[in-house]
Design a protein around this ligand. Structure first.
Ligand SMILES: NC(=O)c1ccc[n+]([C@@H]2O[C@H](COP(=O)([O-])OP(=O)(O)OC[C@H]3O[C@@H](n4cnc5c(N)ncnc54)[C@H](O)[C@@H]3O)[C@@H](O)[C@H]2O)c1
Ligand SMILES: O=C(O)C[C@H](O)C(=O)O
Length: 346
């Protein structure tokens, strides 16, 4: 991912032509009973969550266990996965759950996966920016992506760990180094910005948030989060004050939660919901469902193709307010992407 390339449109159509589900068995499982059931398990996709014991990881594990398209769910973390795995595995849904603990089990956790979701890493505390997490999370993302390149190079990757504006570039560089990079398969998760935008816009319009669809493009930090209020569905108009209020609230939604949690972490529940929504869309695309469209932070070199995020949508007509916002977003994104690239290339 080049700095220039990462700063453009971010609405990806999830491909209907990805690899079919595979049913290859993993090894080194912690739960023997899950291993037995996996052999006769329902058809579906194999999904791994890396960072599964965390604030996002736990509710996300629960939500993915509820997804009927998932046949096998691997829960990996450096702590506490036996407990989380035992707990989630008691849910009477189809997916077989296996737990993996510590780096020596990373390879087993990843082998054969169709989709890997990464919420591993430290969250913000009040007064911090997402970029302040770079130092710790960059190394975590690098290690996990090296594992993916080795054990499941064809998996779709949903990257949640902050700062997303840099970690996606780190992942891209790791995959390039390993010779496995496919921009169609690497997706930075920005769905929480869309989820928030839908909620806040619905509040202003006085309608049900489920009826609202707000495209949010750019990256996932401050001014790089760019809601396109001129393209809200159903078609709506906003006063200048409403536009300013909504843009600021959407751009600062993460900080609003960090401050409310007062040092105990950042968004976890709404993030798990958003991640499950996005991962579900990826699985529906993998399955062959047509017209699955989501916003994501992707390398804009993506082109129409047969194996992944098959199309990057153009931004559509922007108003003056949005054009100014886009220029600000591009400037900041270019720096964040470059920082991620340099972390791997140095
Ligand atoms: N993209 C988004 O919209 C979004 C939204 C919310 C949070 N986040 C980010 O998600 C990340 C996780 O947030 P959280 O609240 O779940 O944090 P958390 O601290 O509750 O959980 C993180 C988990 O990652 C695990 N972990 C640490 N190093 C690991 C490694 N090398 N391999 C595997 N697992 C490892 C930890 O053990 C922990 O269980 C943070 O970076 C946060 O900023 C992103
Ligand atoms: O704000 C954070 O640090 C977490 C996340 O990126 C969010 O938007 O909630």
């Amino acid at each position: 991912m080049e700095a220039r390339a990462g700063a453009n449109q971010r609405i990806a159509r999830i491909s209907a032509h990805l690899q079919p589900p595979n049913f290859q068995e993993g090894s080194d499982v912690l739960l023997k009973s899950a291993e037995c059931r996996a052999k006769g398990g329902a058809p579906g996709f194999k999904v791994a969550i890396l960072g599964a014991a965390g604030g996002i990881g736990q509710p996300l594990s629960l939500l993915m266990k509820m997804n009927p398209l998932v046949s096998v769910l691997h829960l990996y973390d450096v702590v506490n996965t036996p407990g989380v795995t035992a707990d989630v595995s008691h849910m009477d849904t189809g997916a077989v759950v296996r737990g993996f603990l510590g780096q020596q089990q990373l390879e087993s956790a990843l082998t054969g996966m169709d989709l890997v979701i990464i919420p591993a890493g430290v969250p913000r505390k009040p007064g911090m920016t997402r970029d302040d997490l770079f130092k710790i999370n960059a190394g975590i993302v690098r290690t996990l992506c090296e594992g993916i390149a080795k054990s499941c190079p064809n998996a779709i990757v949903n990257l949640i760990s902050n700062p997303v504006n840099s970690t996606v570039a780190i992942a891209a560089e790791v995959f390039k180094k390993a010779g496995t990079y496919d921009p169609k398969r690497l997706l930075g998760v920005t769905t929480l910005d869309v989820v928030r935008a839908n909620t806040f816009v619905a509040e202003v319009l006085g309608v049900d948030p489920r009826e609202v669809d707000v495209p949010v493009v750019g990256g996932h930090a401050g001014v790089t989060i760019l809601p396109l209020l001129s393209q809200v569905k159903p078609r709506s108009s906003f006063t200048a004050e409403e536009t300013e209020y909504l843009t600021n609230r959407i751009q600062n939604g993460g900080t609003e939660v960090v401050e409310a949690k007062a040092g105990t972490g950042s968004a976890t529940l709404s993030m798990a919901y958003a991640a499950a929504k996005f991962a579900g869309a990826c699985l529906r695309g993998l399955k062959g469902e047509a017209g699955v469209v989501e916003c994501a932070f992707v390398d804009s070199q993506v082109r129409l193709g047969r194996a992944g995020a098959e199309e990057v949508y153009q931004l559509g007509p922007l108003n003056e307010y949005e054009r100014i916002g886009l220029e600000k977003a591009k400037r900041e994104l270019a720096g964040s992407i470059q920082k991620g690239v340099e972390f791997i290339r140095k």
